[in-house]
Design a protein around this ligand. Sequence first.
Ligand SMILES: [Zn+2]
Length: 337
Amino acid sequence: MWPVIGQRKAVSLIEKSFGQSAAAHAYLLVGPRHVGKMTFAITMAQALNCSSATPPCGECPACQRIAGRNFSDVQVVGLQKAGGDETRPKTEISIEQVRELQHTASLAPFEGRCRVFILDQAELLSREAANALLKTIEEPPAGVVFILLTANEEALLPTVVSRCQRLELRPLPAGEVEQALLAKEIEPDRAKLLGRLARGLVGWALDAASDESLVSDSLTLRDRLIGVVRDGLMARLDYAAELAGIFGRDRQKASEILEIWRDWWRDLMLAKLGISESIINVDRLAEINEMASGMKLENIRKFIGDIERAEAELRQNASPRLVLEVLALNIPEVKNG
Ligand SMILES: [Zn+2]
């Protein structure tokens, strides 16, 4: 009934929560970037303000305006550019933004039943801002619901997390992503490729269906990686240094690159085991088979373990340069012929 693809567990929790006399005051949606947290939150806001007998109907004026992001009682709060200075993007959600939100929250809903504040990337709340928000969540005005979105739950204040009802959104199986794309009339070959490349992230797949650059970025990162596997020692170390630089600037991007690594070696392992139907990089099947034939299964397995270990060490704030150099040096050799 909910217009959300997959996520049955989160949907059933929410249906239960909304079915009770009063919804919770604050929800925390946890899941990787592009898994569909914002779509889910918008759907929750629709359900809370829908005027039909079976909310969210998606068709009443409230549902439509919330979907179009022009319903005054539903606000999205997130990173804003600093004072019109486009060259200096802000890095946190500020106390001023939370104060403004608190003021709006104290007013009765203007056109709906319920004021909904969606806090995108809630882990970026400054400490001051998070503490201010905490006070509001602890003693919320009537008819106000907060929905916090995060891909990095550990970075949130534990006291904030403990005041929220937690909902986890998980990546979907490739087949479900493919079905979602087919339902949007994407042609079958493209739906299959995007379904695999999306790594379970329906939001990414839907964006990529209309934005070719997302696909080409992802493929460029992957092809660079394939080149590094074939290159010598110096090229590997250069690549590790480059990746450490990316990590310093944009952790999320660096972890996406490591996911692409993991997928590539997982594909090599599947090819080695003869299970090609689960391979993600379906457009490079011939190269996967060729590379896999030049590697030992145990070395591929070991390297997948190395990647997972590197990811864990980076999460624990080990030196990125060191971790990535060790990883690059551990890439198994390809024996040709
Ligand atoms: Zn509706």
